[in-house]
Design a protein. Structure first.
Length: 259
């Protein structure tokens, strides 16, 4: 179900079970976890400088695959603690910029995958939200934290209580994700951006990724954040990519970064 390809500095991970809207059971989550491990190992060797996550068929991911699961036998905590949370942590810490192209249903753990990705571009008609009110369950995969952080308390509880879904265009307008695109242009436009980023200064991008996460998680003020930026700049100015970018700017040419 999970496919990984690596070419031209880009790892592309595909959820490929369109017949079930790419919903994820335990085996599929384990496959996805291994795919991120393999991509991270390739990144450590300089073979991956950006990652793209996407889904085949009519949806990105409709959530957990509960085929064969009964309420009496369900170990929801084991599924979330043992499989989902470790994967989401691994995704958030991936050692290169990560992107997702999301279309159709993006719910439950599928939504969690997007929230753990650096940059998410969505189809205008994609669907997001918390349908768990209809199941007697609650939003998971970090959804409460991300929704509150991006949408605020009132909008978060509105979506949870009502189980209403919002479109990709609405999700972007409300600050949940980065850009909404016409459905038929999403994948091509995303790939073009990912290719551009993969040709960039990967070390500098990774530094910014870590800075943004640290500033957010530690609630750093302006001057503390600026101090950390200064430290990163001091480290980066000793790299080959920094020297190349500096010379290219002076020589009025496009830089050629090695990552």
């Amino acid at each position: 179900m999970i496919e990984l390809s690596i070419a031209n500095g880009i790892a592309e991970i595909v959820l490929n079970a369109p017949e079930k809207l790419n919903s994820l059971n335990e085996a599929a989550l384990a496959e996805l976890d291994r795919a991120y491990d393999d991509a991270a190992a390739a990144a450590s060797r300089g073979m991956v400088r950006a990652l793209l996550l996407r889904g085949e068929g009519r949806a990105f991911c409709a959530g957990r695959d509960i085929a064969g699961v009964t309420p009496e036998s369900d170990d929801a905590k084991g599924y979330l603690n043992g499989l989902v949370e470790p994967l989401l942590k691994k995704m958030a810490a991936f050692p290169a910029p990560t992107f997702a192209a999301a279309h159709g249903a993006c719910l439950g753990v599928g939504l969690g995958l997007l929230l753990a990705t650096d940059v998410v571009y969505v189809a205008e008609s994609a669907k997001f939200g918390s349908p768990f009110a209809k199941l007697g369950a609650t939003l998971d995969s970090g959804g409460h934290w991300y929704f509150t952080e991006r949408l605020g308390m009132h909008r978060t509880l509105d979506l949870i209580y009502t189980a209403d879904l919002i479109s990709g265009a609405e999700a972007v307008a409300q600050g949940m994700f980065s850009r909404a695109m016409p459905d038929d242009a999403l994948l091509e436009a995303t790939r073009i951006i990912v290719e551009r980023v993969a040709a960039g200064a990967t070390g500098a991008f990774t530094a910014s990724k870590e800075l943004v996460a640290h500033i957010r998680d530690q609630r750093l003020g302006l001057w503390a954040a600026m101090s950390e930026e200064n430290d990163e700049q001091a480290r980066l100015c000793k790299t080959e990519d920094y020297a190349e970018g500096f010379r290219a700017f002076q020589e009025k040419r496009a830089p050629v970064f090695k990552g």
